[in-house]
Design a binder for this molecule. Sequence first.
Ligand SMILES: C[S@@+](CC[C@H](N)C(=O)[O-])C[C@H]1O[C@@H](n2cnc3c(N)ncnc32)[C@H](O)[C@@H]1O
Length: 308
Amino acid sequence: MNIEVLLTEAEIANEFAEALEARDLPEKFFYWSPLSVRAWLDLSQDAASDAQRNAWAAVGAAAEKLARQFQGPVSVVSFGAGDGVKDVSLLKGLQRAGLQVKYFPVDASQPLLELACAAGEDAEIESLGIKADIASPVHVVLASDAAESPKLYVMAGNTLGGFDPLDQLRHLAECLHTEDRLIVDGELFDAASPAQDRRPLMRRFALAPLAGMGISEEDGELRLEHKQDERHAGLHMLTRHFQAGHDLHITVGGQSVTMQRGERVFLNFRYLYTPEAFRWLVSRHAGLKIVEEIIDAEARMMTAICSR
Ligand SMILES: C[S@@+](CC[C@H](N)C(=O)[O-])C[C@H]1O[C@@H](n2cnc3c(N)ncnc32)[C@H](O)[C@@H]1O
């Protein structure tokens, strides 16, 4: 298994201690520890995540048409690849359409990256994993440079929604050359979305980084909020924070941290969109052309295939 490392485990551990000190845990820490990885895999395989899988099956069905946009071999670079299951179904579709493919999963999570590389290799696809921080514009460029052109970039499973989507998509769009394509999806907001965030598997996933330090729901309260991002109509945010119910003494990386009763730790968030807002984000904001747009039958996910 080949993995190139731009982000080391020691760096992630240091950042985790700093993030906890700042009471604000960014997205990458929700896929880092074994507890988090298990919680994420259970969540992503849950029946409630069917909409995402169905939406991705529709992207796979468009593989033949997509393959026609490339001449010769193509490098598929997936930012936030996770376990690679979605990517590999797309890669197989491209192969069936006669395209030669190489796979470059990019992720900060070592266990998930190993799963993605193994999924690529099991399908007999040449794979190079890249362990990187996709919140860093420099890492995005370095990861992209590891693959030869033409490239098909992928950001799937509402990975974009775990970051500031306006900044993140601009950085991604800057890597795209005329011969490249990007497949990016976003979760569509509806009135039931906040309730989805309250289901037990989602709560377990949200609390897993704290659970790794021995903190449970009995030690405080997990609070979920629905907000609107005022920068553009139709940008919804589901945010989460944990409020300590009593003083908590934690040891992180050999350092002791005390969280006082009533203190809050901000956990990861998700952006969700109206179709109009997602279209605006991809085309007007990031300056990309939407070649094809796919919305699944239940209108839960919107996927855009884009070019420069
Ligand atoms: C919502 S999951 C989606 C995974 C996969 N694309 C799918 O659809 O199943 C987000 C992925 O992004 C990765 N990730 C989160 N923050 C990251 C960061 N800052 N740098 C690199 N990867 C990150 C996580 O490890 C996780 O695999």
